[in-house]
Design a protein around this ligand. Structure first.
Ligand code: ADP
Ligand code: MG
Length: 241
């Protein structure tokens, strides 16, 4: 469902960096439906850049990125992400739920409203919102917190809200970029177990992390990056950098 083919990415020089940065160098891999895949590597190795290519936020300098999914009419759609026009990006984004390290919740909205908002912006009806939001909150185990505000939640609970929001369009792919970066070990495993459960429910999950403990304990497929190069792609991988 996902294919990177010889992808290179060079970021131009900027105020922070007088030289261009080669963030990805000849990256190729495929990810099938329903896989659980780790993208592992130190900070700066290119993990987030791969994710940005997948959601069409950045384009490769060369190489190609493919994403296939089944659309609302049940037709298989094979799209080349790097060739998408701006107006076609929202459709792609609805197929992919993304979770970030810093949760990105709206502070003045409750848990329910944060998740509902993702439906409101695509014009969902009140009935859809009433039906779908509790289902997503149930999956992440937060039904009892739906009237709370983000400031009243632990880090782990905030990340659960972000995951519920990522699930709300029923995407086939969930991408989590360092989702446990702000969490203690207990809540870290809480979130990892939730991602495993979501994978068991049938979603493809991509988890980008620099956390060696997560990589070494999960025994899942690991795509390892070092300085923008693909260092390894192992079925039951360990942290190798
Ligand atoms: P990771 O997520 O593994 O920490 P990134 O993909 O964020 O790695 O970054 C890879 C490299 O690209 C780093 O050297 C980083 O400084 C550089 N980089 C990332 N984004 C930009 C940008 N917008 N402009 C310039 N350089 C960038
Ligand atoms: Mg990153």
């Amino acid at each position: 469902m996902i294919r990177f083919q010889g992808v290179n990415k060079i970021y131009p020089a900027n105020n922070f960096n007088p030289k261009p940065t080669e963030a990805l160098k000849d990256i190729s891999f495929e990810i099938n439906d329903k896989e659980f895949v780790l993208i592992a590597g130190r900070s700066g190795s290119g993990k987030t850049t791969i994710i940005k290519m997948l959601i069409g936020e950045e384009r490769p300098s060369s190489g190609r990125v493919f994403f296939s999914f089944i659309d609302e009419q049940k037709t298989i759609r094979n799209i080349e992400v790097n060739k998408l026009k701006k107006q076609d990006l929202p459709e792609l984004r609805r197929q992919i739920g993304v979770v970030f390290q810093d949760y990105k919740l709206l502070p003045r909205k409750t848990v329910f409203e944060n998740v509902a908002y993702a439906l409101e912006v695509v014009g969902a009806s009140d009935k859809q919102i009433k039906d779908e939001v509790p289902k997503a909150l149930k999956i992440v185990g937060l039904e009892s917190r739906s009237r709370h505000f983000p400031s009243e939640l632990s880090g782990g609970e905030k990340q659960r809200v972000a995951i519920a929001r990522a699930l709300i369009h029923r995407p086939k792919l969930i991408i989590a970029d360092e989702p446990t970066g702000n969490l203690d070990p207990y809540h870290t495993w809480d979130i990892i177990k939730l991602l495993l459960k979501i994978n068991e429910l049938g979603e493809t999950v991509i988890l980008a992390t620099h956390d060696q403990d997560i990589v070494n304990n999960l025994e899942k497929r690991v795509i390892s990056l070092e300085d923008g190069r693909l260092l390894g792609d192992a079925k039951k991988g360990k942290y190798i950098i």
